[in-house]
Design a protein. Structure first.
Length: 959
């Protein structure tokens, strides 16, 4: 799975979390130039676009220079991106607000210095067309849920770049076919974002595995080796991404994909889910808590996805995964309206009207129905259905004008339209068309049954109503009658039926309830609804239960008759659990007020009732996210420290959901801030795992135990470094955390951050006193982990702080051994310059030789700097490698781009034994480099006295 695919899936996971309507695409032709990730997201009725271009560099030390930005052939050329930006902006497919156009890369800008100022200058070029041109960028400090990953930083260009774009207006005009205004240049710079210094491909994969593990943990009661699973998952996702390239992915496809992932995971982990229609899945989550490999060899295998051995797993549980009150991706757009032209075209297309004879009537109908898309859909469906019947009977077809007259007659009777709906023009328009449609439906065969079903569904949540399971008793178990009735509603567009599942329009529900209230039949229909859901022997969706009880809460007799008997769903909720979880404050208040008045002896049991997981309604209220409902429960005597079967408290749930206000309130009401769940997680552990930075700050402000350990001996800092929670780690490090505390595997946090490669966190840990040479139970130091993962910058920092390069683990392996095993060339060169013991003990000489050969059988082949493997061997001081390469035919007098021979490098580094081998093999002792320097000059300059004497003894000239 490549870098682009990883970013696409991360965007998909983030937008699925937002629970808003979206479309996601990759390699979309209409977004060329910014087409690696294209996201359309609907927020507050506004469509927001994000366009992302992904750039990955294998060499993470490369920098984005002034030249690469200003040269037309440069990889990060701003002209290229500006032209792509203009084409996208002019494309009618992307109407709405443009959030940003982002360049996402794992390398950084080539800054003049390392100081972290808000405005930073790029290093000027010393030659060429762009010589001495100044470019500055401005750091963006606001949060971004999509691009804030690892140590990444986001920048915008300041006005220093405007003149460059203006100078090239003729070039741009030739590409886009028109003049470009100064405002367009300014808009481009305002919307262009460079997200740099992000994790590289391997690091991003590790972060992805951690995040996916957490998501899988939310779904199941226990987890196994999620790392192995995620390695396989990467391959499956890669195949899936290839199938969706070039088109938009819908929310339904995204949801369906993750459902497949979860189902597969449940099978892999040996979990029997018992998936049934209407069941949203297991609501309890488990945190990712498995033991790492017992030896570094196992780690190798895990990293390369070759380890098929299942490691020990635990069975921890956690807070319930918060369910959306309304699954917006399934909601039906019903409050949208057409403009006049759109309404005209819609009606004519729907009714196959090819001429303009009815245009006047159509426009008047659209006006009468307030241009409501739903009302007009009901209207054209009615006309179409009736005309099919009339055609069979040889009767005259209904025209738009005839339907309009029906609407006008009904509108005249709506003078007493209920006051609460008078201001809702969509409700009134829907009521008019609803009345006409219902009058037609009840005249059909199965019409009365259809109306009865519609009336009951008016009190359900509008999405994913599983017809056969719920309504089979409504028609005396006559499935044919049931489906005929439902299909009748579907034909007339009162509902949307797909594969046995119904979505119903909210406005249709609203006007149906209005008619029942006017006729005094609401309580009667609610009784039927309760009888149905109480006899429902499948795991009914809690949203339906909560919706029905939300209306029932106004009727005391129904509460008395139905409250104390039922338990709902997998987790055996009481009605109060369901209402609390849905956030129905008024319904909760009504039910508890009634209970307090009519059933005082049972009141405390009702408030603190336990569901199937021993969780109370207060925990469900916390999950809903409403502070008012949480306060109400506490004021009515709810136990603030009640624990579920898995040790989860309301505070744990609030932390998990990221509700800072509720966390503050619960602590103020006496919540135990250091309470542990059955896996030893405190609230601070959960804040760390779920990346709740603000919540972590609140907990620490109230003196949460920063060094508390879970059952694996992990502190919150261990978790933060394991899972790449950089921002949380920073907060923890500001609060007297013990950086050298060890877990059950004898690891400190530095071990984990060395594996993930967050330089900023490593520096902070070392600054706070972390032991760079700490050994885990297998004898591995942080440097071993950096070598395994190929984290060059991490290794460099560790070495700067005196990490012992010669340390061997329990298997006798040094960091250099692992760097060579995994073919991390840069690391090999870095470590081998310091660790000659590992080279000369023979354990990794062949591997190192292969690395230096750069996968070629010709030892004389030179790299981009004209260096041969023999140059490198002389530089690192390996006598055995020097002999090996000479034996293989490497030229002892080969010169690099600066004219240096291998002997020059041996002299510079003071590698006496290497120099002796070279001279024995006829190396030219007086060879000069481009600066006229011989090996003797360097040996003298660096004060390598023994080497000076040896060179003089072998004919070195002092001139």
């Amino acid at each position: 799975m490549d870098y682009q695919e990883l970013w696409l899936i991360l965007f998909l996971m983030r937008v699925m979390d937002k629970k808003c309507p979206f479309r996601l695409a990759t390699e979309l032709k209409s977004a060329a130039g910014f087409d690696d990730v294209v996201l359309q997201c609907k927020q507050n009725k506004t469509t927001i676009h994000r366009f992302v271009q992904v750039k990955h560099k294998q060499d993470g030390t490369e920098k984005i220079s002034v030249g690469s930005l200003l040269t037309k052939s440069g990889e990060f050329n701003l002209l290229k991106y500006f032209i792509a930006y203009l084409k996208i902006k002019s494309n009618g497919k992307f109407k709405g607000e443009m959030k940003y156009f982002a360049i996402v890369t794992n390398i950084d800008f080539d800054f003049t210095d390392s100081a972290q100022h808000e405005v930073r200058k790029l290093r000027m070029m010393s030659s060429g067309k762009n010589k001495e041109k100044e470019i500055s960028v401005i750091r963006i400090d606001t949060q971004d849920e999509f691009l804030d990953v690892g140590d990444g930083v986001r920048y915008k260009f300041d006005n220093s770049i405007i003149s460059y774009l203006q100078e090239n207006k003729d070039f741009i005009k030739g590409k886009v076919g028109r003049e470009v205004s100064d405002k367009e240049v300014e808009d481009f710079l305002n919307e262009l974002v460079f997200a740099v210094n992000l994790p590289n491909e391997s690091q991003l994969k590790e972060l992805f595995k951690g995040e996916m593990s957490g998501r899988l943990a939310k779904k199941f009661g226990y987890v196994g080796d999620n790392e192995i699973f995620c390695n396989d998952l990467l391959e499956k996702i890669s195949d899936w991404v290839k199938d969706i390239k070039g088109r938009f992915l819908s929310p339904e496809e995204g949801k369906e994909f993750f459902q497949k992932v979860e189902l597969w995971a449940s099978t892999l982990c040996g979990i029997e889910r018992g998936v049934k229609k209407g069941n949203k899945g297991i609501d309890k989550i488990a945190k990712q808590q498995h033991k790492d490999s017992k030896t570094l060899n196992e780690i190798h295998a895990a990293v390369t996805a070759q380890n098929n051995k299942q490691r020990p797993h635990k069975k921890p549980y956690g807070p319930r995964d918060k369910k959306s009150k309304a699954r917006e991706e399934g909601d039906i757009e019903e409050s949208d309206e057409f403009d006049e032209i759109e309404a005209l075209e819609f009606v004519k297309r729907a009714l196959n009207i090819e001429n303009n004879l009815q245009n006047k009537e159509i426009k008047k109908l659209a006006q009468e129905l307030q241009y409501s898309q739903l009302a007009l859909k009901l209207a054209v469906t009615y006309i179409s259905e009736e005309n099919i019947v009339f055609s069979h009977r040889g009767r005259k077809r209904i025209r738009v004008g005839g339907y309009l007259k029906k609407c006008e007659k009904i509108a005249e009777k709506l003078l007493d339209f209920k006051s609460e709906y008078k201001s809702d023009r969509y409700a009134k328009a829907t009521f008019i068309t609803w009345k006409i449609t219902i009058d037609a439906i009840v005249q059909k065969k199965f019409g009365p049954e259809a109306l009865s079903i519609l009336e009951i569904m008016a009190y359900f949540s509008p999405n994913e109503i599983y017809i056969e399971e719920i309504f089979s008793q409504q028609v005396a178990n006559d499935k044919e009658a049931l489906w005929n009735a439902v299909e009748l509603l579907n034909r007339y567009s009162m509902i949307k039926l797909r594969k046995g599942v119904v979505n119903i329009y909210r406005l249709v529900q609203k006007v149906t309830r209005l008619k029942l209230q006017e006729k005094g039949r609401e309580e009667e229909v609610l009784r039927k609804a309760l009888e149905l859901i109480n006899s429902y022997d499948v795991l009914i969706d809690n949203s339906i239960v909560a919706s029905v009880w939300g209306y029932v809460s106004k009727y005391g007799e129904l509460i008395d008759e139905f409250y104390f008997n039922p338990i709902y769903g997998k987790w055996k909720y009481t009605p109060l659990h369901s209402l609390a979880e849905s956030g129905s404050y008024e319904a909760v208040r009504c039910v508890l007020t009634h209970m307090e008045e009519k059933h005082p002896d049972k009141f405390n049991c009702v408030v603190n009732a336990r569901d199937g997981s021993d969780s109370t309604p207060l925990c469900s209220a916390v999950e809903s996210g409403g502070l008012d409902i949480v306060q109400y429960f506490i004021n009515k005597g709810a136990d603030v420290n009640a624990k579920s079967r898995y040790g989860i408290t309301p505070l744990h749930q609030a932390v998990y959901d990221g509700r800072v206000d509720i966390v503050e309130y619960l602590i103020g009401k006496g919540a135990d801030i250091n309470a542990k769940d059955e896996s030893g997680f405190t609230a601070l552990h959960w804040a760390t795992m779920m990346y709740r930075v603000d919540v972590a700050k609140v907990l620490l402000k109230h003196n949460a135990d920063v060094n508390a350990k879970d059952k694996d001996g992990d502190t919150s800092l261990h978790l933060a470094t394991k899972m790449g929670r950089v921002a949380v780690a920073k907060v923890l490090l500001e609060h007297n955390v013990d950086v050298n505390v060890k877990n059950e595997q004898n690891r400190i946090s530095l071990h984990y951050v060395a594996r993930s490669g967050s330089i900023e966190t490593i520096e902070c840990l070392i600054e706070k006193g972390a032991d760079v040479n700490a050994k885990d139970e297998n004898g591995n130091t942080p440097l071993h982990f950096a070598a395994i993962m190929g984290n060059f910058d991490t290794a460099r920092v560790l070495l700067k702080h005196n990490a012992d390069v010669d340390t061997k683990n329990n298997r006798g392996m040094t960091a250099l051994h692992y760097a060579t095993d995994f073919d991390h060339q840069e690391l090999v060169e870095l470590l081998s310059a310091r660790d000659t013991n590992s080279i000369d003990d023979g354990m990794c000489m062949v591997a190192l030789a292969k690395t230096l050969l750069k996968h070629t059988t010709n030892v004389s082949v030179k790299n981009e700097c004209n260096k041969t493997p023999l140059h490198h061997a002389a530089k690192i001081g390996s006598e055995k490698l020097t002999k090996y390469f000479i034996k293989e035919g490497d030229d002892v007098n080969a010169k690099d781009e600066n004219g240096n021979t291998p002997l020059h490098f041996a002299a510079i580094m003071g590698n006496f034994d290497t120099a002796r081998v070279l001279l024995k093999r006829k190396a030219d002792v007086n060879a000069k480099n481009n600066r006229g320097m011989t090996a003797l000059h360097y040996a003298t300059d660096f004060d390598h006295r023994d080497l000076v004497e040896w060179l003089l003894a072998h004919g070195a000239s002092i001139l």
